[in-house]
Design a protein around this ligand. Structure first.
Ligand SMILES: Nc1nc2c(ncn2[C@@H]2O[C@H](COP(=O)(O)OP(=O)(O)O)[C@@H](O)[C@H]2O)c(=O)[nH]1
Ligand SMILES: [Mg+2]
Ligand SMILES: [Zn+2]
Length: 305
């Protein structure tokens, strides 16, 4: 049985307590990690959900991770305010973040939406804004959404109830590693179930209700989707924007401001009260929405530098 010793390509679906569930073309393997790999990096993030790895099967259904392939990206929880910044890697190779909000119940809030978007921008992860509960949509909330479409964000209306937009959502997730993030009650679990009924996630359960245990074990999971691609379920990502803003460089996290940076009269302009500020001029002409600017100022006031 020499072929059982061959290296296989796999994807880590779950990392927990030193074990790694690795999906390979041959099936699922429960793996440990080769000792020599542990010396290379900090123990917490040698190998995480989303990693592409090479494994060898040592017994039926059991294997060893021999190599972790270079990551295309890491999605980490930041620890602000520490001298040496350390990151908890929540997931590797994340392709996109689905920022889920809902119409009417709970209502979309520009401020909260901006927070989630900034978290994604800060980490350079492409975003799709998913506006769920389209069956309850109002013109007012659609106007809010069009503001984001104008900035260049992709906005998709969905309804887990009437199935509007679910085919597009499934196409967006196809062959990508995607995570959902957003306030509780907007329909993340319902949408995940719509993408794959096998998930059977409890709907209407607040993450706090079952969240305690999961937060302490911090289990990140990738669910293979029926048509290819993965949905990431990591408590840290779901709840991220409620506390995880670490960076000072907010200017770059607002796409509509990015192109104007460097055009202010004063170097190091805080876009606050300085004369001939390109950002404030853009606000006055309507190129930057005043509420986005307001979000920017508020986030800056509460973000550690
Ligand atoms: N009207 C309507 N209700 C929805 C829709 N999607 C989810 N819900 C309801 O919204 C509530 C919260 O859904 P859930 O998936 O648990 O949200 P989560 O907290 O983001 O995971 C539940 O009562 C769902 O039945 C939708 O598209 N339209
Ligand atoms: Mg849920
Ligand atoms: Zn300025």
């Amino acid at each position: 049985m020499t072929d059982s010793k061959e290296l296989e390509l796999g994807r880590v679906l779950r990392a927990h307590a030193g074990f790694f569930d690795v999906e390979t073309a041959e099936g699922l393997l429960q793996c440990r990690i080769r000792g020599r790999l542990k010396k290379k990096r900090l123990s917490t993030d040698i190998c995480v959900a989303g990693d592409e790895v090479r494994v060898v099967e040592t017994a039926p259904g059991v294997g060893v991770v021999e190599e972790v392939l270079p990551r295309r990206s890491v999605f980490a929880r930041l620890h602000p305010g520490r001298g040496k910044r350390r990151e908890d890697v929540l997931c590797a190779n994340l392709d996109q973040l689905l920022v889920v909000f809902s119409f009417y119940r709970p209502r979309m809030k520009a401020r909260t939406l901006d927070r989630f978007l900034v978290v994604a921008e800060e980490r350079d992860v492409p975003v799709v804004i998913v506006a769920n509960k389209a069956d309850l949509a109002s013109d007012e909330e659609r106007a809010l959404l069009s503001r984001y479409a104008r900035i260049g964000y992709r906005v998709l209306e969905t309804s887990a109830t009437t199935q509007v937009g679910l085919r597009e959502l499934s196409e967006i997730c196809h062959d990508h590693v995607s995570a959902m993030s957003g306030p509780s009650g907007v329909g993340k679990s319902s949408l995940a179930n719509a993408l794959d009924p096998r998930l059977a996630i409890r709907v209407g359960a607040t993450s706090e209700a079952h969240g305690k245990g999961r937060h302490t074990t911090r289990v990140a999971e990738l669910h293979p989707l029926p048509d290819g691609g993965y949905l990431v379920d990591t408590p840290g990502i779901r709840e991220l924007a409620s506390y995880d803003l670490a960076q000072a460089d907010l200017d770059h996290c607002f796409p509509e401001m990015r192109e104007l940076l460097g055009q202010c009269a004063f170097r190091g302009c805080a876009h606050d009260s300085e004369p001939r500020c390109a950002i404030r001029e853009a606000v006055s002409t309507g190129d930057i929405h005043p509420e986005r600017y307001e979000s920017y100022l508020r986030l800056r006031a509460t973000t550690p530098r």
